[in-house]
Write a protein that binds this ligand. Structure first.
Ligand SMILES: [Zn+2]
Ligand SMILES: [Zn+2]
Length: 131
């Protein structure tokens, strides 16, 4: 009798875990509707030599983060070349509902020399090219 009870508890534990994982995976499929907290866009603005999208944008509509990024691009700061050209989102720290593009988040961390989030105190994850 005891053994059966134990198995039932274990099984419902696994079911709960699977449900949580499934929901997390489903949530990742809705990246298109997500807005990055830094660039305030669904797709990041990549700073590459042959594309000057950021130079064509009107400054008055740009969030502070993009203005700073544009300055660094114009000043040819080295870190910009190290950013991975990827448009996916990540949660950089343990705060819920704080989503950054991998691209923007990495630039933010390097630029601001911020290694942890002041709200949740978790270290930021860095994503740079392996060079
Ligand atoms: Zn962004
Ligand atoms: Zn946080």
């Amino acid at each position: 009798m005891l053994k059966e009870e134990f198995n039932e508890t274990l099984e419902s534990g696994w079911r709960n875990l699977l449900q949580i994982l499934l929901e997390a995976m489903m949530a990742n499929n809705y990246d298109e509707d997500r807005i990055c907290e830094l660039c305030e866009r669904s797709r990041p603005i990549f700073l590459v030599e042959k594309d000057n999208a950021i130079l064509r944008m009107q400054e008055q509509f740009m969030p502070q983060f993009l203005k700073g990024l544009k300055q660094d691009f114009l000043n040819k700061r080295e870190y910009i070349k190290l950013l991975k050209i990827k448009s996916n989102f990540i949660q950089m720290c343990a705060c819920h509902r704080r989503f950054f593009h991998v691209y923007c988040g990495t630039a933010y961390v390097i630029k601001g020399r911020k290694i942890y989030c002041r709200q949740c105190m978790a270290y930021y994850h860095l994503h740079v090219k392996n060079e």
